[in-house]
Ligand binder design. Structure first.
Ligand code: 4GS
Length: 254
């Protein structure tokens, strides 16, 4: 996967490319990463990338010509890449979209600054408009890093473990199960015994139950969207029976 980021602040990406899994993915050539400074495509002497907004008002807007020049340079470099504009107007980013983007062989990410980009840039040069959430950033750079981060870890071999991305939260529409590491007893709290048992099937069952429990308590909306399989239905049914028992107990008699 080749990433090219279009930004007026390319230096913001240096620490991002140089740490952890992203750094290793670059070193192992699972991904390539580069930036294009939009300012380099400004034609005027002062390399201006913004201008006053038509209709008046205080905000500035990204001029279309430098941005278009930068996008064309990027797509020339990566002719089969998808192009993504980061904007609050875009489709909300989620794990399924990360999977879709991971299937491209290249991505061009376009980071807006100021109030936004000139409307006329969007239509022919951009494949996706993506928002990382309903809040306003000062620029698209952090949003681009989030997309690159989520996409990179889905690229085969980018994570250390063989299929480490497979068991993560959202991979099956559920939050991830609880995790424990040493020591076995921490501040009076023990690691669940089944995890020490070495019994693979029971551990898998415990993990599924933990996953379902956490999703039900923390993100019931995810559970409502999910197609449950037989094993999951059995576990939820068991809980319902246990809750029913508690509720049927005649509390007034106590
Ligand atoms: C987002 C967002 C964003 C919008 C960029 C105002 C500067 C800013 N980009 N998801 N102009 N949320 N962009 O807030 O992607």
């Amino acid at each position: 996967m080749d990433f090219v980021v279009l930004t007026i602040f390319p230096d913001m990406f240096d620490p991002f490319w140089n740490h952890g899994i992203i750094r290793r993915a670059i070193e192992q050539k699972k991904i390539s990463a580069s930036t294009i400074n939009i300012r380099d495509y400004a034609r005027d002497r002062h390399q201006v990338t913004d201008d006053k907004t038509y209709g008046g008002g205080s905000g500035m807007v990204m001029k279309p010509e430098p941005l278009a020049g930068a996008i064309r340079a990027a797509t020339q470099k990566l002719p089969t890449a998808g192009s993504v504009l980061l904007t609050p107007q875009g489709k909300p980013f989620h794990q399924n979209m990360a999977r879709e983007l991971a299937s491209f062989d290249g991505l061009v990410l376009i980071c807006g600054r100021y109030e936004g980009v000139d409307e006329r840039i969007c239509h022919d040069l951009i494949d996706y408009e993506i928002s990382i959430g309903d809040y306003v950033l000062t620029g698209g750079e952090l949003a681009a890093m989030i997309i690159i981060d989520a996409v990179t870890r889905l690229i085969p071999g980018a994570l250390g473990g063989e299929n480490a991305a497979e068991n993560d939260s959202f991979s099956n529409g559920l939050l991830e199960h609880a995790h424990y590491t040493r020591p076995q007893r921490y501040e009076g709290q023990e690691v669940p015994e089944v995890l020490l048992s070495g019994h693979h099937q029971e551990i898998e069952r415990w993990r599924l139950e933990s996953s379902l429990m956490r999703t039900l308590l923390k993100r019931p909306d995810l559970l409502q969207q999910k197609r449950l399989n037989q094993q999951e239905i059995i576990i939820l049914d068991k809980w319902r029976n246990e809750i029913d028992k508690v509720l049927k107990f005649d509390h007034k008699k106590r």
